[in-house]
Design a protein around this ligand. Sequence first.
Ligand SMILES: [Cu+2]
Length: 193
Amino acid sequence: MTAFIHATHARRLARVLAQASFATALAVAGAGAPAAFAQSSAPAHGAQQQAEQHTGIAIEQPWSRATAKGARVGGGYLGITNTGNEDDTLLSGSTDVAERVEIHEMAVVNGVMNMRKLTDGLAVPAGQSVALKPGSYHIMLIGLKRPLREGETFDASLEFRNAGTVPVTFTVRGIGARDADGHQGMQDKPKGH
Ligand SMILES: [Cu+2]
C-alpha cells in the first residue's frame, strides 16, 4: 500500500506542478522573458498552498471470511488510515466475487443488533484510522458469485471521495474467524458479517 500512497502523491504533485508551471509560464511570458525559463522559476504562492494539500490512504490487513456453499453475502474487514491532510470518505467499492459492495455498520437498535447501509459513506478524517471489523463497520459483499474459500485471496477496489480508487486484496480466513489473523470466535454466525 505504501507504493499506492506514493503513486497518489505523485499524481497529485504532478497536477500541482503542472498548474504551477503553467501559472509561472504565464507570469514569465507576461514579463517578456523566454518561456523556457518557466521550469526553473519558483511556483506562485497559490500553487504552494495547493501543494500542501494531499490525500493518502493506507490499508491494513484486509480480510474476509470463508462462506458456506450457496451463501449470497460475505463480509470484508480492514483498517483504513487517512495519511493525508484532507478529510476523506469511503463511498463504495467493487469486486469480481460479488455483484455489489456496500459499506455497512452494525449497531444495536432497540436492543437488537442490526446492520445498516451507510448511504453517505464512512468518514475517515485526516490523520485518523477507522477499523472495519466484525460487529462494527464492514464491507458487505452482496450477491456472491461463488463461495469464498479459506486461504485464498480476492481483489477489490474501494472508492474514496478524495483519494479515488484504492485497490485492496482480501485474504479469506476461516468461517468463524474473528480477526485478520484468523483467530476463531464463539459467537459467529456463518453469514460473514
Ligand atoms: Cu452487512
